[in-house]
Write a protein that binds this ligand. Structure first.
Ligand SMILES: *[C@@H]1O[C@H](CO)[C@@H](O)[C@H](O)[C@H]1NC(C)=O
Length: 411
């Protein structure tokens, strides 16, 4: 008996030095002219860094509640009013001259989406305008949204605290009746998008980040997430690639896969055949990063915003792996595009409107662990206790076994 027990433990915890559940990141058939990135807050800051540094490879960027490239310097970024866009533009040109980043001429014509809520008291909304101006210096084709009454958080149309309320309990994700992921991705990839799928029916996988330099030294997790839409599992089909950076306190250590699953990006990706890489930072007090922020102020040293920065290099290596269709893994670099699955009749993922005069609990489409409280015209997402699913028949959480038809989409 004892041997059996030990054997089971060995199977559970061993494997090949790779964290349990995390596999080697695979390569896929990616159209490399369609690689885009996004991020919230510190993730928005590193998304812009990454875009500027690798501008020859990145097609567009969506920056939510972020700050401009290189604005960490004293007096550059103390307050938004002290940010001098021409100084930052000169820094970009100087870094390119020193071959530390790609030539910013690549940014001419690149698509950029900037979101900043009017009620953001964490990062002054004026930073959003400054980063948009910086992109415009280099010819970025920008679209912005500065009018929504959002606090500091990712705007969705289905998950999170009400738009203007503190979203600490819903992990800095807010229900603003505004599908941030869909609107941003539509701009970056040129419209004619299929509406988001009603559920993310593809696979959200965990992959090993350590082979790319993800470790305590780079304040990164040993594991990241990657979403493979249903249409991209056949590697003879060509797909797009998006890289999404979480904000501070949104890493795997903080909230597992909530950022990946609740910003609406998976449903957009599912409908439009976009593979989504969610690299994961991790807290490391020793390097001065207790909240798992991405490095936009130099806690890992002077290279942090150029191509030699530890996090920049690590994510770039992941990008190359995912997009480098290795035929040995069964990938066939043909150009057949998978059929678009969304179609004009697909749901937008928006729950039924909450009328002013109703108070009720409703099931959350596609995931029985969650349900919504609909009251006074807004809905709030709630989660059943571990082991329970929301049971629409009784209108509350119930034992899993008593709620039929719920297992399919749970990991
Ligand atoms: C972008 O490219 C266009 C066309 O080549 C050129 O006219 C324009 O001056 C460029 N803009 C910037 C900011 O370099």
């Amino acid at each position: 008996m004892k041997l059996t027990w030990i054997w089971k433990l060995a199977v559970l915890f061993q494997v090949s030095g790779v964290t349990l559940g995390a596999e080697k990141l695979q390569s896929y058939n990616v159209d490399r002219s369609t690689i885009t990135i996004s991020g919230l807050s510190s993730g928005g800051a590193i998304a812009m860094q990454y875009h500027v540094a690798f501008s020859s490879e990145i097609k567009g960027a969506a920056i939510f509640a972020g700050v401009p490239f290189g604005c960490y310097k004293v007096n550059y970024c103390m307050y938004a009013s002290t940010v001098i866009v021409s100084n930052l533009a000169k820094d970009i040109t100087d870094l390119a001259t020193a071959n530390k980043i790609d030539n910013p001429r690549n940014l001419n014509g690149t698509k950029v989406f900037v979101f900043h809520g009017t009620r953001d008291t964490t990062v002054d909304p004026a930073f959003g305008r400054k980063l948009e101006q910086l992109y415009q210096v280099f010819g970025g084709v920008t679209k912005n949204e500065y009018t929504i009454g959002a606090v500091h958080g990712f705007p969705t149309n289905f998950y999170g605290a009400p738009c203007g309320s503190s979203s600490a309990a819903t992990y800095y994700i807010n229900n603003c009746n505004y599908h941030g992921s869909n609107i941003a991705m539509n701009h970056l990839l040129g419209g004619s998008f299929a509406p988001p799928a009603s559920s993310a029916a593809g696979q959200l996988l965990q992959y090993d980040q350590t082979e790319f330099g993800g470790s305590a030294v780079s304040s990164m997790d040993s594991t990241g997430f990657v979403y493979i839409p249903t249409g991209c599992q056949d590697k003879t089909r060509q797909c797009k690639l998006h890289i999404a950076f979480h904000g501070c306190a949104q890493s795997k250590t903080n909230l597992n896969d909530i950022y990946a699953r609740k910003i609406g990006m998976l449903e957009v990706a599912e409908a439009n055949n976009i593979i989504v890489l969610f690299p994961q930072a991790a807290p490391n007090i020793l390097v001065g990063n207790p909240n798992a922020c991405w490095d936009w102020w130099g806690y890992l040293g002077a290279n942090f915003l150029n191509k030699d920065g530890a996090q920049m290099k690590a994510v770039h290596a992941m990008q190359l792996r995912v997009s480098n269709c290795e035929q040995s893994t069964g990938c066939n670099p043909s150009v057949t595009e998978p059929p678009v699955t969304g179609g004009p009749t697909a749901s937008t993922g928006a729950p039924r409107e909450c009328e002013d005069n109703t108070v009720e609990f409703r099931p959350f489409p596609g995931d029985c662990r969650y349900y919504t409280l609909c009251a006074c015209g807004t809905s709030v997402l709630l989660e059943c206790a571990s082991g329970l699913y929301f049971d629409p028949v009784i209108g509350k959480c119930n034992f899993m076994q008593l709620v039929p038809g719920c297992d399919a989409n749970l990991s």
